[in-house]
Design a protein around this ligand. Structure first.
Ligand SMILES: Nc1ncnc2c1ncn2[C@@H]1O[C@H](COP(=O)(O)OP(=O)(O)O)[C@@H](O)[C@H]1O
Ligand SMILES: [Mg+2]
Length: 314
């Protein structure tokens, strides 16, 4: 298997006095990460989970306490590895008086893109991130969403095979989020591997092939998104039934199944699949109309909380 990113038991303990007031912080605990070539991988977890620490280790910006990290098989932090990655940092700062096109030209020179190719490269890249009309605008004139798209532009200008984007959609309004996600999907179509972090699960779940959930420096789960949601959702179905009498509700209560009132006479209940037929038979016998039966499917956020609950039980 070709991995775009692979880490082996990555550990980071911050011992500096500044943030941790003298106490060491275990930011990463034996983190194993595998990102397949061609995937969009969402690295998800709350603030302080260790996402930026992982990313900085992958970029060679900090040195892990122990463990190994590789970018396309090259040791993270090596010149060869750095050449394979386009990076957007969590807090990007751009010189406000610089023009968009000129700043991209500066990045082109940084990446040693020949002068003769720069104009077309810049135009092509700005088109991809939907900023063509801003080529002469000053950085200070860009909205937050445009700024983030510019961040993607500087990351992709040298056409690296892997993108690492820290907090891809944070702080963006829903329209700007969608624009960024559409760009990411376009890039995937072009064969790019994309690894991004986010602390907002609901913002990103619909674009990920694979997700990794990190919590307190521990990778709780790494799996294809569908499989993960299915697994956490378990074998349950949601029934919606109408014209419910007190005796029907009492029968659910007897079986220790919660019912939720949707509106007058209309209720829902989540039942184990193995008992589904029995519940439907009972509802019909009680002259209730069953208006909906669907497999229960968690959102990524629901699944995340479920996973945390499970991990805290252990
Ligand atoms: N330079 C640092 N010194 C000490 N502690 C740090 C430093 N950077 C991050 N941390 C701590 O490491 C943990 C992980 O932080 P971080 O990787 O930034 O999380 P995330 O990006 O998921 O929000 C947090 O507890 C954070 O406070
Ligand atoms: Mg972070």
């Amino acid at each position: 298997m070709d991995y775009a990113i692979k880490t082996e038991n990555l550990v980071k303990v911050y011992t500096g006095k500044k943030k941790s007031a003298g106490k060491p912080v275990n930011a990463l605990v034996d983190l194993n990460l595998e990102v397949k070539v061609g995937d969009i991988y969402g690295f998800i977890g709350p603030n302080g989970a260790g996402k930026t620490t992982t990313i900085k280790s992958l970029m060679g910006l900090i040195r892990p306490t122990s463990g190994k990290a590789f970018i396309m098989g090259k040791p993270a932090g090596s010149v060869e590895a750095k050449q394979l990655v386009g990076y957007l940092s969590e807090v990007a700062y751009y010189y406000p008086f610089m023009e968009v096109g000129k700043l991209l030209d500066f990045y082109c020179s940084f990446y040693e893109i020949p002068r003769s190719q720069r104009k077309s490269k810049i135009e092509e890249t700005l088109a991809l991130v939907r900023l063509s009309d801003k080529i002469n605008a000053k950085m200070s004139e860009l909205s937050k969403g445009m700024m983030q798209r510019f961040g993607i532009a500087q990351a992709i200008i040298a056409k690296p095979p892997l993108l690492i984007l820290d907090e891809l959609t944070s702080g963006l309004d829903p329209i700007a989020q969608k624009e960024v996600k559409d760009i990411v999907l376009d890039l995937k179509k072009q064969g790019q591997t994309i690894f991004f972090s986010s602390h907002m699960m609901t913002e990103v779940e619909n674009i990920c092939d694979q997700i990794g959930i990190i919590y307190s420096g521990v990778m709780l789960k790494s799996a294809p998104l569908d499989a993960f949601l299915k697994e956490e959702s378990g074998d349950f179905s949601k029934i919606v039934f109408e014209e419910a009498s007190d005796s029907v509700l009492a029968k659910f209560k007897e079986k220790k199944i919660d019912t939720e009132k949707i509106r007058a006479g209309v209720y829902s209940a989540v039942v184990p699949d193995k008992d589904l037929e029995d519940f439907i038979d009972m509802l019909r016998a009680e002259k209730c109309r069953v208006s909906e039966v669907n497999p229960r499917r968690y959102s990524l956020e629901d699944a995340f909380f479920q996973l945390i609950k499970e991990s805290e039980k252990k």
